[in-house]
Structures are given as structure tokens and as C-alpha cells.
Design a protein around this ligand. Sequence first.
Ligand code: PRP
Length: 217
Amino acid sequence: MKPLVCALTKGRLADAAVELFDKAGELSGGIRAEMKKNSRRLIFSSEDSDINFFLAKATDVPTYVDYGAADIGVAGKDALLEGKRNLYEVLDLGVGKCRMVVAGPAGARDLVRRGNNIRVATKYPQIAIDYFTRRKQQSVEIIMLNGSVELAPIVGLSDVIVDIVETGGTLRENGLDILEEITPISARLVVNRASMKIEHARIVELIKNIKTILQKR
Ligand code: PRP
């Protein structure tokens, strides 16, 4: 039987996902050993394994799963909302919890509320457009950045940011407030549409095993 392939989001989310798969009895001894000893390796496969894994960047996980390079994946809801891929989102794993928010200096609160034509800096242009233009019917200028987004309103590049807040530490340290909440975020188990048909029994069993572990938490 061909092993399933699972794409994981590199970093903390991968560690949390691997722990879940392990507790659910979905991690072979061979894979566990490979993961322990290889900190730079991206692909983990083993002869005794029903599921092999690879590590990808957060926003790329939905792409790998959509194209079928992976049958399943663990991705943040932020990456799923931003990527708009055609996948089955089957389970909220309850890890990697944070919030997508509009943040900025306290003085920008009124600008946002009044619906002025504001500048929004973000790593998540799609989420920002959906929120402002579709949900709030407010016209905004989106400025795409690749990181340290909190800088933008401080140095005058934008009025506000759309970004993820986990502990709130980065906003606090930089004198910014949460102005509006867009949506809660957490890691989701996603499945390729064709794999769901072809490997139906195995994937349903896997979902069931992970669900059992989640219910014990
Ligand atoms: C994320 C996010 C915030 C920060 C929030 O950035 O974009 O900047 O974490 O976390 P906190 O609320 O716990 O402070 P990341 O660490 O991924 O770095 P980046 O901004 O360079 O992408």
C-alpha cells in the first residue's frame, strides 16, 4: 500500500501536528527517529510508515495539497483564507491559535470606523481585501509586505495593518492597538479532493483517530 503524503507547516505548527499524529498512532517508529535526528531535512519517509511527511512554508501548504503533491496537510486558517484553494477542510486541530486583526495607533481607530480611504499594510492582501471591501464595503489601498508589518504605521507607510496577533507582545512593544477583530485562526487538517475519493477509507480512519485525541484534550 502506498503511503499517504502529509504536508506540514514548518516550525511550531509542525511540532504540534507531529505530536497529534503521534498520539493518534499515525507516526511510525522510523519517522519518529528521522524527525528526531534531522533538524534541516524537509522530507521524512520510512519503510514502516503509512504516512510520510514533508515540511513547507505556511502559505505553500495549501498549494501542495491542492495540486496533489500531498494528500493531506496541516495549515493555518490564515494560509487557507489567503490561498483560497479548492480543498476539503476537515478538522480544526485546536493548535496554533491566534487572531487576525486590524491594528494600528489608537488615533487610527476613527479612520477605520468612519470608513475613510485608508492605507493597509499586510502579509495577507486577500484577507485584507475581503474584510474591507466585501465585508465592510470600505475602499482601501492595500500595501503588500513580507514581514515585520508592525513597522508600517509607525514609519508612515500605512494607517493600519492587517496581521496575526498571538500573545499581543509585538503590538504592545510597538505602541499599536487592536482596532478590529477579523477572525480567529487555528491549524486545520486539509485534504486533497481527489485523495479524499481514492483513499477515502484511510483518510476517514485518520480523521477519526485524530478526533479521538482532540476529544481527550
Ligand atoms: C507574526 C505576526 C506578528 C507576530 C505576532 O510575525 O506577523 O508580527 O507574529 O505575535 P505576538 O502577538 O505573539 O507578538 P512573525 O513572528 O511570523 O514574523 P514576521 O512579522 O517577520 O513575519
